[in-house]
Write a protein that binds this ligand. Structure first.
Ligand code: ATP
Length: 261
């Protein structure tokens, strides 16, 4: 579905360039939730921007359904961590969710139905006529998530999407992501700092090293579906996987040879 091959991204700097991502290769299967976890500044956002066609890799490539990604594909939707910049400030919540659907050629009735359903899914039915500035940060992020869900992309890319919401909302939104994946077969690429979240949501978790980042290990998460916030997290296998991923990240943070290898 999505293939990343030997991707490298070097930003130009006065000192001759800074390599944020080096030799990154992995494949995301159709319908899976693939997480990327790694230390802060590891280059995860850089990687996602290249995958989403928002930035060009310095070398290597990204292929979606066999074609090289050289601009933002119509079948992708992205939820960034930075919700403040992702919504149109002059448009109502309803219009923010509806606008991408217009480009897809959906009828007004279909658009209306999708907007209503998506806002209900994120618990924001009452906010449809509000402007983003009238909402809290967490609520704005839920609007961005509703917009992505309503669009029904083939690939949903999420960069730390729940960093700014409270714990209960976060758990509810994690379960919403799992439900969307289950019901629509959407392929999801998910970046997070949160090890528990990555294990709870994923089919596979990729651990990335510090910049210049590369994949240290990809872990299969063979926990049964449907997942449940309490039952799944009580399983001994959950604890084992969590400890394994957590240990891997901790070692990377403390291993300076890895960071500069
Ligand atoms: N435009 C740029 N020019 C130069 N360096 C950059 C640029 N963008 C990012 N970097 C550097 O690349 C590295 C990776 O940044 P990136 O934002 O991709 O990391 P990240 O893993 O997403 O971080 P975090 O988890 O803290 O959000 C950082 O050291 C950052 O300073």
């Amino acid at each position: 579905m999505l293939i990343v091959t030997e991707l490298e991204k070097t930003y130009p700097t006065k000192k001759g360039g800074f390599t944020a991502v080096r030799d990154m290769s992995f494949t995301v299967q159709e319908g899976e939730l693939f997480s990327i976890v790694g230390p802060s500044g590891a280059g995860k956002t850089t990687l996602l921007r290249c995958i989403a066609g928002l930035d060009r890799p310095t070398s290597g490539g990204v292929y979606f359904q066999g074609r090289e990604v050289d601009g933002p594909p119509e079948d992708f939707a992205i939820v960034f961590q930075d919700y403040a910049r992702s919504l149109l400030p002059w448009a109502t919540v309803g219009t923010n969710v509806e606008l991408p659907l217009m480009k897809k050629g959906n009828t007004a009735a279909e658009r209306n139905r999708r907007v209503t359903t998506a806002l209900a899914e994120v618990g924001l039915s009452d906010a449809v006529d509000k402007k983003p500035f009238q909402l809290s940060g967490g609520m704005q992020q839920r609007v961005a998530i509703a917009r992505a869900i309503a669009y029904r992309p083939k690939v949903l890319i999420m960069d730390e999407p729940f960093a700014s919401v409270d714990a209960q909302t976060r758990a509810d939104l994690e379960d919403l992501v799992l439900r969307v994946k289950e019901e629509t077969g959407t392929t999801i690429l998910f970046v997070t700092h949160d090890v528990d979240e990555s294990v709870y949501l994923s089919n596979r978790v990729a651990m990335v090293t510090r910049s210049p980042s590369r994949i240290a290990e990809v872990v299969d998460i063979d926990l049964p579906f449907p997942r449940d916030q309490i039952a799944t997290k009580s399983l001994p296998e959950f604890a084992r996987l969590r400890a394994h991923v957590f240990g891997g990240i901790r070692d990377m943070v403390h291993d300076t040879t890895l960071a500069h290898a």
